[in-house]
Design a protein around this ligand. Structure first.
Ligand code: IPE
Ligand code: IPE
Ligand code: MG
Length: 226
């Protein structure tokens, strides 16, 4: 396809409402969401996209009830462990953005290992945003700059963000009908194209993903020029 985005971000929202519609607990929706997430990660690589960032958990989400968080961590542990090797075999590397330190210790280890064991020369980067917030990321970068005692320009500042080395997102998709970014890639999204859909994340199929990409491919990005 012409005008394929290099980097796509997905705000995977709507799991809870998807479950509620089926008179099921929220965890049922999160499980369906995890299945969708893995499937889309594999699919995105096949389409030729080079970077996919998945918003798994925001810093704000950490204040959800313990029961829901435990359920989410349990699912993540299971799905992540079950699929990491498969992703490597497809020549995908994994990167984590966010503050790992507040996560359960075994998950921290899982995440760190998944990054270090990633294949060299991978042609696809799968980025999981976990306990991620755009504002804390910016503040963290500012503090690192202050510690260095040096003023920064855009290039220098970018290298202090979690996303160091990753190009800015070209397209950000949000499922679940809300028209906001909820602290996702706040700095990096400055010139991203946005695509919002009412489809709840567990229903966000490969065909829906294609629809978003096709919509993006028809847009004219001017970057302030005429
Ligand atoms: C998104 O689905 C997944 C996470 C934020 C972890 P939600 O859990 O926010 O689902 P809704 O928005 O309540 O439907
Ligand atoms: C955004 O969804 C975070 C993730 C999808 C991980 P939320 O459901 O937490 O966002 P708000 O509360 O509607 O802004
Ligand atoms: Mg939500």
């Amino acid at each position: 396809m012409k005008n394929l985005p290099l980097h796509v971000g997905i705000i995977m929202d709507g799991n809870g409402r998807w479950a509620k519609k089926r008179i099921q607990p929220r965890a049922f929706g999160h499980k369906a969401g995890m299945n969708r997430m893995i499937s889309l990660a594999e699919y995105a690589q096949k389409t030729g996209i080079k970077y996919l960032t998945l918003y798994v958990l925001s810093t704000e989400n950490l204040s959800r009830p313990k029961e829901e968080l435990d359920g989410l961590f349990g699912l993540f542990r299971k799905y992540f462990t079950a699929n990491v090797k498969k992703l490597y075999a497809q020549n995908a590397r994994i990167k984590i953005i966010g503050d790992k330190s507040a996560l359960p210790e075994d998950i921290q280890k899982l995440l760190v290992d998944s990054e270090t064991n990633s294949p060299e020369g991978a042609d696809f980067t799968l980025i999981f945003a976990i306990n991620y917030g755009g504002r804390p990321e910016i503040i963290n970068a500012v503090n690192r700059a202050i510690e260095r005692g040096e003023k920064v320009d855009e290039k220098g500042f970018t290298s202090l963000l979690y996303t160091d080395g990753i190009p800015d997102p070209d397209l950000i998709i949000r499922t679940g009908g809300e028209l906001r970014l909820s602290n996702f890639l706040t700095y990096q999204a400055a010139y991203a194209e946005l695509y919002f859909t009412d489809v709840l994340f567990p229903d966000f199929t490969e065909a829906e993903f294609d629809r978003a990409i096709e919509n993006y491919s028809k847009r004219e990005r001017r970057f302030g020029k005429i």
